[in-house]
Design a protein around this ligand. Sequence first.
Ligand SMILES: NC(=O)c1ccc[n+]([C@@H]2O[C@H](COP(=O)([O-])OP(=O)(O)OC[C@H]3O[C@@H](n4cnc5c(N)ncnc54)[C@H](O)[C@@H]3O)[C@@H](O)[C@H]2O)c1
Length: 368
Amino acid sequence: MSVDRRSFLLSAPFAAGAALAQEAPKVPTAMIGVGNRGSYLLQGVIQQPNAKVAMLCDIKPDRLDKAATAASKDNPATTSDWRKVLDNKEIQVVFIASPPYLHAEMAIAALKAGKHVYCEKPVGLKPAEIKQLLAAAKASKQVFVAGQQLRSIVQYQEAIAKIHDGIIGDIVMVKAQRHATEDLPHDGSSGDWFFDVAKGGGYLVEQSVHNLDLCNWVLNAHPTKATGFGAINFYKNQPAGRTIFDCGSIVYEYPGNIQMSFTQNVFHPRAMPAGGQYIHVFGTKGAVDLMNGTTMYPIAGGEPVVLAAKRTERPFAHIETFYAAITEGKPAPINASVGSVAALTAILGHEAMVKQQVVNWSEFGINL
Ligand SMILES: NC(=O)c1ccc[n+]([C@@H]2O[C@H](COP(=O)([O-])OP(=O)(O)OC[C@H]3O[C@@H](n4cnc5c(N)ncnc54)[C@H](O)[C@@H]3O)[C@@H](O)[C@H]2O)c1
């Protein structure tokens, strides 16, 4: 059967494209920890055209089964031993979504095994292990991304670029909060570790690390010291044996005498105004509510200015950029240094709350 020129021209690029698509190598990827967050990240990996799910790891068999079913098109191997993931030479990329107290150990071992690493936040709970992680990342040629996906939100990127360009003048103060209406469910997916401060780090370290990272980003610095108070005032001994605070008030100092005050609680009534999360950045020309519309309010009065319009984000933009950094050499959205600084900022505030005194960043003994 002859093929006329028109059909050839129409079909050839598709045929070539199809062949290319078939030949495009898919990066063998493993997930360690496929609980709540890990199974969400797994969806993101499944959607990447340049990734294949080659191995899944969790110590809970039901979660492993569920994840294997979700990724069945790639027929991944499964294991309950995360070191077997690292021993598998085929695996190039490892996602770590285990509880926080395991992150640094797993991430350091994964980097040393030559894997690219996507490590959920916080990257570590102790300054000493974060120091080791930084050294491992420096020694590695692989891509390391912390799961601080706010860094991939274009609206924040644009607004913060304008703030860095001086649109609100010099930043003189920041006021931020992360209030929730209730505790994380005591019998939820992460209930077996979240309320133990040694395993999760507490709300400031485990959750507010996102907000604190945004503060560091907009201030283009990390704090030099912190002081504060934290307490268990609402959920006393709930769940039994609880060791994480349910509220806290921290003041950080950044270079240039800039104060950043931060409060968090998990009992802000839904109907009461001023709940939720915000970061108010005060400058000499005006202030911005960074997390709620990136709106700037000029100090001299006049109309508020929206610094960057909200976009419909690609839900897995952070994961996309991670793979683009691996396969195309594009810049990673966040590296080990930024992830470590965010975790250390949270740890500094936590230590200040525990010690009820001023804690200095220099005490970490970490040069960045
Ligand atoms: N970036 C974000 O917005 C975001 C959102 C939610 C959670 N997280 C982070 O993700 C991490 C996991 O949180 P989660 O809510 O999914 O908790 P989770 O308890 O639901 O999941 C953790 C999983 O790790 C598994 N696990 C524990 N020890 C393991 C081991 N030694 N080897 C392999 N697997 C092991 C558990 O069995 C569990 O399935 C936390 O660090 C959390 O801070 C990030």
